[in-house]
Design a protein around this ligand. Structure first.
Ligand code: AMP
Length: 284
C-alpha cells in the first residue's frame, strides 16, 4: 500500500491500474476511520481490483462555527486499517493540493440540499459535492462507495453524478452501529461518558419510529412527536430536526405510503450527530 498527498502520483498509479485492466474503487473519507469506513473499504475490495481511500478534512464543507480545527486526524491508525483492509493507495492531500487558489468553481445540487442538514449547515453540501467532483476527476473510479449513515449526502452525490454525466457508479452501504445501536461516527470521539449515553437516544428514537410503523402508524406527525419525546428526555440533547422524507426527493411526507427515510439530527452538548433509518411498507 502506498500513501501519497499528490494528485500527480494518484493519476500515475490509476493510469497503470487501468492499463492492467483493473476496476477502480474509491472510498472518500475525512479520516479518523472506524468500522463504518472499513465496511465501505470491504465493499470496495469485494467489487474492485484497485481500491483508493481518500482522507481529506475538506474545509469548504465546514461552516465558520463548526469543528474543522478540532476534527480528529490520525493517519497512523487510518493507514493501518487501510492496509489491513486491502487498500492499494491512500490519497491524503493537504488543503493547498486540493485548493491551490481560492475556489471559484462550485458544484451545487439544488433542492435536495435545502432541507434536513442543508437547513442548518448552509454551504455544507456545496462543499461536499465540489470536493467529491474533484476526487472523482482525480481518481476516475468505476465505483465510489458512500454510507447510508449520511443519507442526504448519498442522495445528493448520486444526483450530482447523474446531472453532470460522470462515468461512475455510486454504491451506498448500510450504516454500521456500535453494539448498543449508536451509529459509528468519527465525531463520537468527542463524547464523554454521559454524552455517550445521551447519544444513544437518537437510535432509541429511530427504533421507536420503526416499531410504530410496524404496528401500523403512518402519520409522520405522530411518529415525530414520539421521537421528540424520547430525544427530549435528556437535558443534554438539543434536537435540530426529526423528519420523515421521501427517499428520492427528500421532500417531507405527511403520511408514509411506501418507503420513507426517518432522519434525526441533534446536538449532544456541542457534538452534532445524525442518524436515519429507511422504512419500507412492502418489506415488513
Ligand atoms: P466521513 O469520514 O464521516 O466523511 O465519512 C466517509 C464515508 O463513510 C461517508 O460515505 C459516510 O457516509 C460513511 N460512513 C460514516 N459513518 C458510517 C457508518 N457508521 N456506517 C456506514 N458508513 C459510514
Amino acid at each position: 500500500m502506498e500513501i501519497t498527498g499528490k494528485i500527480a502520483t494518484v493519476r500515475k498509479r490509476i493510469e497503470q491500474a487501468r492499463r492492467d485492466g483493473k476496476r477502480i474503487g474509491l472510498v472518500p473519507t475525512m479520516g479518523a476511520l472506524h468500522a463504518g469506513h472499513t465496511s465501505l473499504i470491504d465493499a470496495a475490495v469485494q467489487a474492485c481490483d484497485y481500491v483508493v481511500v481518500s482522507i481529506f478534512v475538506n474545509p469548504t464543507q465546514f461552516g465558520p462555527n463548526e469543528d474543522l480545527d478540532e476534527y480528529p486526524r490520525d493517519i497512523e491508525v487510518d493507514s493501518r486499517l487501510c492496509a489491513k483492509g486491502g487498500v492499494e493507495l491512500i490519497f491524503v492531500p493537504d488543503v493547498d493540493e486540493m485548493y491551490p487558489s481560492p475556489n471559484m468553481t462550485w458544484v451545487n445540487v439544488e433542492e435536495l440540499t435545502t432541507g434536513l442538514c442543508g437547513r442548518n449547515r448552509p454551504g455544507h453540501f456545496r462543499g461536499v459535492t465540489t470536493v467529491c467532483n474533484k476526487l472523482f476527476n482525480i481518481v476516475r473510479p468505476d465505483i465510489a462507495f458512500f454510507g447510508q449513515k449520511d443519507a442526504q449526502q448519498a442522495i445528493v452525490i448520486k444526483r450530482m453524478v447523474a446531472d453532470t454525466n460522470l462515468p461512475l457508479e455510486i454504491e451506498i452501504c448500510p450504516t454500521v452501529r456500535e453494539k448498543d445501536g449508536l451509529a459509528m461516527s468519527s465525531r463520537n470521539r468527542y463524547l464523554d461518558d454521559q454524552q455517550r449515553k445521551d447519544a444513544l437516544l437518537l437510535y432509541k428514537a429511530l427504533t421507536r419510529a420503526r416499531q410504530m410503523v410496524q404496528q401500523g402508524a403512518r402519520s409522520s406527525r405522530e411518529i415525530i412527536a414520539a421521537m421528540n419525546e424520547i430525544l427530549q428526555s435528556a437535558a443534554g440533547v438539543a434536537v435540530e430536526y426529526v423528519s420523515v422524507v421521501d427517499p428520492e426527493t427528500l421532500s417531507e411526507l405527511d403520511t408514509i405510503t411506501e418507503r420513507a427515510i426517518i432522519a434525526v439530527a441533534a446536538r449532544v452538548k456541542t457534538t452534532r450527530l445524525i442518524d436515519n433509518i429507511i422504512v419500507d411498507l412492502n418489506k415488513q
